[in-house]
Design a protein. Structure first.
Length: 256
């Protein structure tokens, strides 16, 4: 496994000459997210204003509250799959397919993996939320444990979402702290972004997402994880089979 500084260097090499496309991809995602969340924010503001008697006759807010609820559905069925596409478009970048990143984000999120992407994102959110109910730290640990799920869901369509989550958990065993340190290494850049009123995050996010994609590639390619017979994946599937009777073929680590 490469050092984190080498992982970041590989991410920079993958993005070299394609920063504009990567920044544009992030900008489109953020813009769409804000557009869909705006009605919900306004509706919440109206609720508070009515609660404090600022607008006792602000009847328009009742209709806007309905729009706010509708925006939650739009976020669920549009923004969440788009987020799945965003994560994987930077994996495409690492694999040398950097052209048309914004279009690729939509293609991955909607045309190729809509229901699997949506299901995997929601299921991991639910699992992390349930762990967070115990304490913040267990939730954070599980967030890192499940962090490879989105990549696995797309790379291995023959595996169920739960199989991918279990595979991510096994891949990250003993490596969660390393990924945490990789994320932590961007804190200096994040502080600098504050000086740009957040505009710098349009460059920071591609750097972070690409570094995580490089991290995944390092895990996936590591023979110390999979072995020559794909034992790690076979174990995951055997574990799932004991619960639901599913049977699958072993994973070929030379597939990519």
């Amino acid at each position: 496994m490469k050092k984190n500084c080498e992982i970041r260097a590989n991410a920079c090499r993958a993005l070299k000459g394609h920063w504009l496309s990567a920044v544009g991809c992030i900008f489109v995602f953020v813009l769409i997210t804000l557009l869909f969340e705006a009605p919900s924010f306004i509706a919440d503001a109206g609720t508070w204003m009515k609660a404090f008697g600022i607008y006792n006759s602000f009847s328009e807010m009742d209709g806007l509250a309905a729009v706010g609820r509708a925006s939650v559905l739009l976020i669920l069925f549009f923004v969440v799959p788009l987020g799945f596409g965003l994560i994987n478009v930077f994996l495409e970048c690492v694999r040398g397919r950097q052209r048309g990143m914004t279009g690729t984000m939509f293609r991955i999120g909607f045309a190729e993996n809509y229901w699997r992407g949506l299901g995997s994102m929601l299921l991991t959110y639910v699992y992390i939320f349930l762990w967070t109910l115990l304490l913040f730290i267990p939730g954070l640990v599980k967030a890192y444990s499940y962090s490879m799920t989105s990549y696995l869901v797309r790379d291995f369509p023959e595996m169920s979402v739960n199989e991918c989550i279990n595979m991510s958990r096994r891949m990250m065993k003993g490596r969660k702290f390393k990924l945490f340190l990789l994320d932590l290494s961007f804190i200096g850049w994040a502080l600098l972004c504050l000086l740009t009123a957040g505009i710098g995050t349009l460059w920071l996010f591609p750097y972070m997402y690409t570094s995580r994609a490089v991290f995944y590639e390092e895990l996936r390619a590591g023979t110390e994880l999979y072995g020559q017979t794909g034992k790690a994946t076979a174990d995951v599937r055997a574990e799932n089979a004991s619960g639901d009777g599913a049977t699958t073929e072993p994973y070929d680590h030379n597939r990519y």
